[in-house]
Design a protein around this ligand. Structure first.
Ligand code: NAP
Ligand code: MG
Length: 477
């Protein structure tokens, strides 16, 4: 259905410098972890990319000891202006190795190269640049003249933005003088281990950053370790609740960035063609594996048919396929498990009576792919309106009045983000005040900046990452 035919424009896979084996990074060195090695897979082809050594609970202990030693003897004592130099160096090295990181991220995660190249990697570098700027100015951040770090931070991240989530976690922790033990997700450990090489290149003192690949049990070992002062977690609400229970009653500080079911609200006075672009970006960016994805479209009844028609046409022009192709809009779903979860929820939408429309785009035979899908005639009681699908599936509901839009938008246990599309500034401000969501975008969607705090209400978690507010999570204030 594409308007144009494109010749394939594949990025070179060789740029990834893929190695056969990767290892955990502890105390400044790559070590043989004592866990069972895992094999990481390219979700677009199902081929094995590399074998990755994993940590065991005893490696967690070794890493925490290394992080503690680095904290007390070097990192917490170093003047902020000196810490800043390391962060600037890391940021520059991410830029220098950006093509390698982008291709590697795309191979391991399945996301389109245009996204890893133009969004994930540059935003990761931006987080280090931004926080490097804070390291020597913490006394002016509004937390007292000389705010102190917390100590050793244990950090657990998901697979949807592997390098970017690492940057969101590590950059503020280091800028504020903490040291880190981080676990990447089981299915996407590779860019975190290249980041470990970058730490070596930057001559970061040993033990300041430790990276432990492994499954959920290693995340749990980090969370339970008695000598950790702060836990930062991004992932599912289910695991977030488990972590909160484990940490309750201990001295550990906790921040949780969890799931979402964001409403993207389109009023009849909105510029509809722009709104359609925002709706597409809101739900199909990164195959919809975005915690703040605009997965519930609320459209004013008077323009609902028109918006749906434009939307279906636009979605039918999206190109699904080889993530390394520079023309690809939607890549692969990260794992067979996630694909099964998406399929299950889509079947529930059919069974509960929503109208399914699927893009007629060709779907590759190999690999984990799911064609972009739009459900209309969705009711609030349906699972596809309530549960996070975390895939390229949009649920469309309608409303008549702004009050009804607010009531429906807030009718969720989550509260991470929301979008508003209207010509009226007064309506944007009124809506933004009513919406119970951490981030509210107006006439745009999925915009990220290291200076803007990000975080949730309700079951989307608590604490903020980014901006001045994000520093608080790593300071003893
Ligand atoms: P997940 O299952 O919660 O996994 C997240 C991380 O936690 C992974 O590294 C995972 O290891 C680890 N883990 C699993 N069980 C654990 C346990 N008992 N204790 C400690 N760590 C444990 O989430 P996911 O399915 O990978 O990620 C998707 C979810 O993350 C979605 O719900 C999405 O909304 C949310 N998310 C939120 C944000 C945000 O900023 N709010 C950003 C991105 C994603 P394994 O890799 O081995 O499973
Ligand atoms: Mg993988």
């Amino acid at each position: 259905m594409g308007i144009f035919e494109y010749a394939p424009a594949p990025e070179s896979r060789a740029l990834a410098n893929l190695k056969e084996q990767y290892k955990p990074f502890v105390n400044g060195e790559f070590v043989d972890g004592s866990g069972e090695p895992l094999k990481t897979v390219n979700p677009a082809t199902e081929e094995i990319l590399a074998e990755v050594g994993t940590a065991s609970a005893s490696d967690v202990d070794t890493a925490v000891k290394a992080a503690r030693k680095a904290y007390t003897s070097v990192w917490s004592k170093m003047p902020g202006s000196e810490r800043a130099k390391y962060l600037f160096r890391i940021a520059r090295l991410i830029q220098e190795r950006s093509r390698e990181l982008a291709v590697l991220e795309t191979l391991d995660n399945g996301k389109p190269i245009k996204e890893s190249r133009d969004s994930d990697v540059p935003t990761a570098a931006a987080h280090f640049f931004y926080h490097a700027g804070w390291a020597d100015k913490l006394g002016y951040a509004g937390y007292g003249p000389d705010p102190k770090p917390l100590g050793v931070a244990g950090q657990v991240i998901p697979w949807n933005f592997p390098l970017l989530m690492l940057a969101w976690k590590i950059a503020p922790a280091l800028a504020t003088g903490n040291t880190v033990v981080l676990k990447p997700a089981e299915t996407t450990p590779l860019t975190a281990l290249v980041f470990a090489e970058i730490c070596q290149q930057a001559e970061l003192p040993p033990g300041v950053v430790n990276i432990l690949p492994g499954a959920g049990d290693i995340g749990a070992s980090i969370v339970e370790h008695p000598d950790i002062d702060k836990i930062a977690f991004t992932g599912s609400t289910e695991v977030g609740k488990l972590i909160q229970r484990t940490v309750a009653g201990t001295r550990k500080k906790l921040t949780l960035e969890l799931g979402g079911k964001a409403a993207n609200v389109v009023f009849d006075d909105a510029p509809l063609d722009q709104a359609v672009e925002g709706i597409v970006n809101g739900i199909f960016f990164n195959q919809g594996h975005v915690c703040c994805a605009g997965s519930r479209l609320l459209v004013q009844e008077s323009v609902a048919e028109e918006v749906l028609e434009k939307l279906r046409y636009r979605v039918s022009t999206l190109r699904l396929g080889d993530p390394l192709d520079k023309n690809t809009d939607l890549g692969a779903i990260n794992s067979a498990e996630q694909l099964a979860k998406i399929r299950g929820l889509v079947e529930s939408g059919d069974a509960e009576g929503a109208q399914r429309w699927t893009s007629p785009c060709p779907v590759p035979d190999r690999g984990f792919f799911f064609a972009p899908t739009v459900f209309s005639e969705v009711h609030q009681s349906m699972r596809i309106a309530r549960e996070e699908i975390f895939g390229p599936v949009l649920s469309v509901l309608t409303f008549r009045t702004p009050e009804e839009a607010v009531a429906k938008a807030n009718n969720t246990p989550y509260g991470l983000s929301a979008g508003i599309w209207t010509e009226k500034g007064s309506r944007i401000l009124w809506m933004a005040n009513q919406l119970r969501a951490g981030v509210v975008w107006a006439n745009t969607f999925n915009r990220f900046d290291p200076a803007a705090p990000f975080g949730g209400y309700q079951e989307s978690g608590f604490g903020r990452e980014g901006g001045r507010t994000g520093l608080e999570a790593y300071l003893n204030v």
